[in-house]
Design a protein around this ligand. Structure first.
Ligand code: FEO
Ligand code: CA
Ligand code: CA
Ligand code: CA
Length: 604
C-alpha cells in the first residue's frame, strides 16, 4: 500500500508505507538492487567469500563491513563507468564470526589475534570501478586496476598540514610523526570538486586500549601527558580488543598514537599507488563527514560535524583557490582556516577561527602552536565558546551558500541546557538546521540559521515535532544522519535510530525533504531498510538516474525487541538474513543501487 504523492511536491514518486520487516522496500516504479555485499571479492585475484573460513588476507581483497559513506566519480562522459568509493565504518563481530555469540565487549571473550586482524581488514574503505550495462544495471568491474581496499591493517598514509611531524605525532614506529598505518571508523565523507575521496575518521577513541584502571574499573589516564585531552576525546574507549595484540592501539605503550587519528583522509581513487593523506588542517575530532563546496571566489569550503553529544559544527576554508591543476588542489586541504560555529539566539551564526595566538588560543592556555590547536580542536573550540549541539552528523552544502545540518538526537540535554539552535531537552529524534551564509558565500564568516524540521511523531504533542502539516504518517522520521543534495538541488535524508527504533516503530529509511515554498518541511518516505539496519549513502549521480544507498549492520540494532527475546548468538538466529536469505549466511551490510524501472531520472 502506498500513499498518494503530495500535491505540488517537487519529488515525483508515490510515498512508501512505513514499517519494519526482514527486507528492504523501495517506492513503486523503482528497482533497489544489491550491488556489493560484505565479503564480495573486489579484485581479480580475490578469493570467494567463505564466512566459515575467514582470513585477514582474504578480507583485504574483499568488500569491507558496515558500508557508510558512498561516493561516485564518473570515468567517461556518458557517466556509464565510474569509481565507487565506500567507507567501512566499523564491525559487528557478533554477526561476523560464527560461534562468537553476543559477547560482552568489555571482556572480549573469544577474541583472538586472527579475529582482530579480520576486523581490521574489514574496516577502512573500498574503491572499485563499476559500469552500467545495456540493461541499465550497474555491476562491479572486478578486473579493474583501480580496485583496492584501504584498511587500518596495511594501508600506509602520509600526515600533512600544521600537525605533521609535531612531537605529539611521533611514535616508536614512526619517529618522524609523518606516516600512519590506516584509518578507522570512517563514517560519512565526501568527494572533492577534483574527484578525490574524503574519509572522515569518527569514533577513533573506541579503538584504544589500556591496562591501567582506576578503583571503579574505568580507564585511568591521569598519569599521561595531556590527560585533559585524552579525557575530552574519550580515549581510550575499549570498544575493540585490537590493543591486546597490536601495541599501537595500547596507550600504555604508544601514548601519542591517539593524536594520529580523528582526522580527514584524502584518497585519490584514480591512482591506486597514491598514498592516502591525513589532512591535519581540518582539525581533530569525531568527524562525521566532510562535504565540500566552492565559494564564489574559488576557495574550497568543507563542512564537518563532531558527532558527540554537546559537540560542535565546523567548517574549513582553504587559503588558496581551486584550479584546473588536479594534482595541485590537494594542497588546499593543508593550508586554510578551520572555524567553529556559534549559533546565536537572534538567528545569526558566527564562524570563529581556530588560529593560534588569536583570542584565548595562546601558550598560557595550553596551546603552544597551531599543531596544539588542531590536535586539541575540541579544547580550542571550548575556549572560543562554540555552541554545544545535539550530535552534529552529516552537513550538506548545496553550492549556493545554503547548508543543511543533521542533528541526530541528544537524550542527555537537560531542560536548563537548551539553546535556540538545540531547543528540545532529552531529544530522542533530533532536528535539522538550515544555514544561509552571508551573501550566498559559503566562505563567509557569518550567516543566518533556522530550524527546517524538528523530528519525531507529529501526532504526539509531547514529542514537540515540527513538520509541514501535509507530511503523512509515513513521511515523518527520527534521527537524521547522512544526507545528500540531488542533481535537481533537492534534499534527501537517511536515518540512524540505533537501538531505539522502537520509539518510532519504523525502520530506518530514506526521505525526500522539501526545503522551498509552501511544502517546506514536508517529508516523504522513498526507501526502507531491513530490520536492525541503518541507512547510509545516499549519493546521486550527476544525471540523477542512479542513487547509491548503503545498508549498515542489518539484523543488529535493537533487534532483541523485534522477536521479544535476547538471543545468545545473533549469528545463528538473526532477525534477518538480508540480503542473501541463506541459512548458511549471516545478514550482510550491502550497497544498494536504485534506478527507475524502464530508465529515467529519479523522482523527477
Ligand atoms: Fe557514524 Fe555519526 O554516525
Ligand atoms: Ca553517521
Ligand atoms: Ca548516527
Ligand atoms: Ca551505525
Amino acid at each position: 500500500r502506498q500513499a498518494a504523492a503530495a500535491t505540488g511536491s517537487r519529488y515525483k514518486f508515490k510515498e512508501l508505507t512505513a514499517g519494519n520487516d526482514e527486507t528492504h522496500h523501495i517506492a513503486e516504479g523503482y528497482d533497489a538492487d544489491i550491488l556489493l555485499r560484505w565479503g564480495d571479492p573486489i579484485t581479480a585475484d580475490a578469493p570467494e567469500f567463505d564466512v566459515m573460513n575467514q582470513t585477514a588476507a582474504a578480507q583485504l581483497k574483499q568488500f569491507g563491513y558496515n558500508n557508510d559513506y558512498v561516493g561516485f566519480w564518473p570515468l567517461n562522459d556518458e557517466g556509464t563507468r565510474g569509481v565507487l568509493c565506500v567507507n567501512h565504518e566499523y564491525t559487528n563481530e557478533e554477526v561476523m564470526f560464527p560461534g562468537l555469540g553476543r559477547q560482552d565487549r568489555q571482556e572480549f571473550a573469544g577474541m583472538m589475534q586472527e579475529l582482530v586482524d579480520i576486523e581490521m581488514a574489514a574496516h577502512g574503505g573500498t574503491v572499485v570501478e563499476i559500469a552500467r550495462g545495456e540493461d541499465g544495471k550497474w555491476a562491479l568491474v572486478r578486473d579493474s586496476a583501480l580496485n583496492r581496499r584501504i584498511t587500518p591493517l596495511d594501508t600506509e598514509m602520509t600526515i600533512s598540514g600544521p600537525a605533521a611531524g609535531h612531537e605529539r605525532m611521533k611514535t616508536n614506529a614512526d619517529p618522524e610523526g609523518m606516516t600512519v598505518i590506516g584509518t578507522v571508523n570512517n563514517c560519512a565523507g565526501g568527494m572533492t570538486p577534483w574527484g578525490t575521496y574524503l574519509m572522515a575518521e569518527e569514533n577513533f577513541h573506541g579503538y584504544f586500549w589500556t591496562e591501567v584502571m582506576d578503583a571503579d574499573g574505568k580507564p585511568d589516564v591521569s598519569a599521561h601527558d595531556h590527560a585533559d585531552s585524552l579525557k575530552r576525546y574519550g580515549v581510550p574507549g575499549l570498544w575493540y580488543a585490537w590493543g591486546k595484540f597490536h601495541d599501537r592501539w595500547n596507550i600504555d605503550k604508544e601514548p601519542n598514537e591517539p593524536n594520529r587519528w580523528g582526522w580527514i583522509v584524502e584518497v585519490d581513487p584514480m591512482d591506486p599507488s597514491a598514498k592516502p593523506v591525513k589532512h591535519t588542517a581540518l582539525g581533530r575530532f569525531r568527524h562525521e563527514g566532510a562535504e565540500t563546496t566552492i565559494s564564489p571566489d574559488g576557495h574550497l569550503v568543507v563542512y564537518s560535524g563532531d558527532d558527540n553529544r554537546f559537540d560542535y559544527l565546523y567548517k574549513y576554508v582553504s587559503t588558496g583557490t581551486v584550479s584546473d591543476d588536479r594534482s595541485a588542489n590537494s594542497a588546499l586541504l593543508s593550508d586554510g582556516t578551520l572555524f567553529v560555529a556559534r549559533f546565536d539566539e537572534d538567528g545569526s551564526i558566527t564562524w570563529m577561527p581556530l588560529v593560534h595566538g588569536e583570542g584565548p588560543l595562546t601558550a598560557e592556555n595550553g596551546f603552544a602552536g597551531q599543531a596544539d590547536v588542531l590536535i586539541d580542536t575540541r579544547l580550542a573550540a571550548d575556549a572560543l565558546g562554540a555552541t554545544p549541539m545535539d550530535r552534529p552528523e552529516d552537513v550538506q552544502p548545496r553550492g549556493d551558500g545554503t547548508a543543511y545540518v543533521m542533528l541526530t538526537n541528544n537524550t542527555r540535554r537537560k531542560a536548563d541546557e537548551v539553546n535556540a539552535a538545540n531547543p528540545r531537552p532529552e531529544s530522542s529524534f533530533g532536528h535539522i538546521i538550515e544555514i544561509k551564509e552571508d551573501g550566498g558565500d559559503p566562505a563567509a564568516p557569518r550567516g543566518t540559521w533556522s530550524i527546517l524540521v524538528k523530528c519525531g511523531d507529529p501526532s504526539i504533542a509531547e514529542v514537540g515535532a515540527q513538520w509541514n502539516p501535509e507530511t503523512s504518517e509515513n513521511g515523518w522520521f527520527g534521527s537524521p544522519d547522512n544526507c545528500a543534495i540531488d542533481a535537481d538541488g533537492r534534499l534527501w535524508i537517511s536515518t540512524d535510530q540505533g537501538s531505539s527504533w522502537a520509539k518510532t516503530g519504523k525502520s530506518d529509511g530514506l526521505y525526500a525533504l522539501e526545503t522551498e515554498g509552501d511544502l517546506r518541511g514536508h517529508s516523504q518516505l522513498f526507501f526502507r531498510c531491513p530490520i536492525g539496519g541503518e541507512l547510509c549513502g545516499p549519493y546521486f549521480t550527476a544525471d540523477n538516474e542512479t542513487l547509491f544507498l548503503a545498508v549498515q549492520h542489518p539484523g543488529t540494532d535493537g533487534t532483541k525487541d523485534f522477536k521479544g527475546f535476547e538471543r545468545d548468538s545473533v549469528f545463528e538466529d538473526p532477525a534477518t538474513r538480508w540480503p542473501d536469505f541463506d541459512p548458511a549466511m549471516p545478514p550482510r551490510p550491502s550497497v544498494v543501487v536504485v534506478t527507475r524501472q524502464g530508465g529515467g531520472k529519479i523522482a523527477l
